[in-house]
Design a protein around this ligand. Structure first.
Ligand code: FRU
Length: 540
């Protein structure tokens, strides 16, 4: 079926076939980035979970490797679930993961490379004393999973978190260990938020308040903030919040209790779940991976023989301009896939108009765009639609004084199918502006078995800034970043007409009262090389 095979991505990480979910244990070792993932080797639906494994020199081109961890012991026979790597100062690698036991009890297990001098880390050994952690008293045996990367205390001990819940309160348990074999549960919870349900895939890491580089997971001090992230099983989104970690008490305090984890910000307002970051000591950056699931039907997944992709890895920084959020940005290596660029400078897009952007086939693109609203019109506008919401305000066709304006992705010639990615600017009675960033999927596909929501949220835009946008288009995945990555939206798109040579790109302005000036650069993207494993092959 050509419609289904069109959906396969060209530069996002995917196994050759079948089901994938969470990113697991990312790390850098002897010149290679290692990536593991939740994988069903038998079908395109969740089940029989093992750890898939691939390596890359640059986080873009991949070599698939044999399955790293199989369910072959009583303590993980029902699934080798999510976990994280800790690289010790002497180079040893401790991989902690959740096992679902023969009785479906969730326990934590330890594995390590059989041969640290193998750059590909093909063989893994499970610690004979597994499991190293079982659910503590008061914790349900199915609510105890996804250990984090460990960080060092000033006394030289390791700490790590495990997600759980007590009644409806989502919590993150905190453990201490010296050898990754024996653990001590601390009295304090690292964090707890009422009415958030089970916390999956907790991540906890430092960001620098002042510098534009990433920090090792063990870094702390006055120049550091700590990010608490949890994946809420209830609503399947990744939430984070900035705060301060007090090593002595073993607690983390959010900067703003109102935007606490689970009620606060999201990494991504589209499909992006069970994410995990790691410190890339090769390039001194923190890199985030996220699982991008499907929004078509399970039936369609089985037909196409695969389900899910991973996000393009994102560098994470604290946004010291706003002080309220992180910045996420596709790793610079993705730019190595760019072919020739098409540049459109200072296009005036009149209120209520659409312009085609002649870039050729628009299925594999990297787009960078900036927009300015007409100054006079902006001053005159009397809009007070500050209650705007991407989800409920009628999508890209609902016209206001100052928006929506943006790009139409994966559109057919007549735009009967298309996915607008756009800004909407609201002005309140005092004249201050509030900007929203949205993706409207309601007309993204004529297929009926597809979930077609409108995604989005507010995005901070500072006084002297233009409205800026970066979009990666890769067949059925669209990853969008506003204002340098303050707000991100990832969506899965399943067009029936805007496919292959019929896929086009447009710029539009649906504002009633103002023209926008747009400057847009569009690159066609080469596919990434994602190679199957050949034992004894040339793996350089
Ligand atoms: C998150 C998750 C984890 C679990 C794994 C199982 O998507 O449910 O909590 O470890 O996936 O595949």
């Amino acid at each position: 079926n050509s419609m289904l095979s069109w959906q396969r991505t060209a530069f996002h990480f995917q196994p050759e076939q079948n089901w994938m979910n969470d990113p697991n244990g990312p790390l850098y070792h002897m010149g290679w980035y290692h990536f593991f993932y939740q994988y069903n080797p038998q079908a395109a639906v969740w089940g029989n979970i093992v750890w898939g494994h691939a390596v890359s020199r640059d986080l873009i081109h991949w070599l698939h490797l044999p399955i790293a961890l199989l369910p072959d012991h009583w303590y993980d026979i029902n699934g080798v679930w999510t976990g994280s790597a800790t690289v010790l100062p002497d180079g040893q690698i401790m991989m902690l993961y959740t096992g679902s036991t023969k009785e479906s009890i969730q326990v934590q297990n330890l594995a390590y490379p059989a041969n640290l001098s193998d750059p590909l880390l093909i063989d893994w050994v499970k610690f004979p004393g597994n499991p190293v952690l079982v659910p503590p008293p008061g914790i349900d045996f199915k609510d105890f999973r996804d250990p984090t990367t460990a960080w060092l205390t000033s006394e030289g001990k390791w700490r790590l978190a495990v997600g759980s819940k007590v009644n409806r309160t989502g919590i993150s348990l905190l453990y201490e260990t010296e050898d990754f074999q024996r653990f001590h549960l601390l009295d304090n919870l690292l964090c707890a938020v009422s009415d958030t349900g089970m916390w999956e895939c907790v991540d906890f890491f430092p960001v620098s308040k002042t510098e534009n580089y990433g920090l090792d997971t063990s870094a702390n001090g006055p120049e550091v903030k700590h990010v608490m992230k949890t994946s809420l099983d209830d609503d399947r989104h990744d939430y984070y919040s900035l705060g301060t970690y007090d090593e002595k008490t073993g607690t983390w305090i959010p900067d703003d209790p109102k935007t606490d984890v689970g009620i606060g910000l999201r990494y991504d307002y589209g499909i992006f779940y069970a994410s995990k970051s790691f410190y890339d000591h090769n390039k001194g950056r923190r890199v985030l991976w996220g699982w991008i699931g499907e929004s078509d039907s399970e039936f369609a997944d089985v037909q196409k023989g695969w389900a899910s992709v991973q996000s393009i890895p994102r560098t994470i920084l604290f946004d010291n301009k706003t002080g309220t959020n992180l910045l996420q940005w596709p790793v610079e290596e993705v730019e190595s896939l760019r072919q020739e660029s098409h540049v459109f400078n200072n296009l005036v897009v009149k209120a209520g108009s659409v312009l085609p952007l002649d870039v050729g086939i628009a299925t594999q693109l990297d787009i960078s765009a900036e927009f300015e609203l007409d100054k006079e019109a902006l001053e005159k506008a009397t809009e007070t639609n500050v209650e705007f919401s991407c989800q409920t305000s009628g999508g890209a066709t609902k016209r206001g004084a100052l928006g929506p304006f943006g790009l139409s992705i994966l559109a057919d010639e007549s735009r009967s199918e298309h996915t607008p990615v756009y800004f909407y600017v609201a002005k309140d009675q005092n004249g201050s502006l509030k900007t929203f960033f949205c993706t409207d999927e309601s007309r993204s596909s004529e297929a009926s078995d597809v979930f077609k929501p409108i995604y989005g949220s507010a995005v901070p835009v500072l006084e002297d800034e233009k409205f800026t946008l970066r979009i990666l288009v890769d067949h059925s995945v669209v990853e969008s970043f506003a204002q340098g990555g303050r707000t991100c939206i990832t969506s899965r798109v399943y067009p029936t007409k805007a496919i292959y040579g019929a896929a086009r790109l447009f710029v539009f302005n649906n504002a009633l009262d103002t023209n926008v000036t747009a400057s847009i650069t569009v690159w066609q993207m080469n596919p990434a090389l994602i190679r199957p494993y050949r034992p004894g092959g040339d793996d350089s």
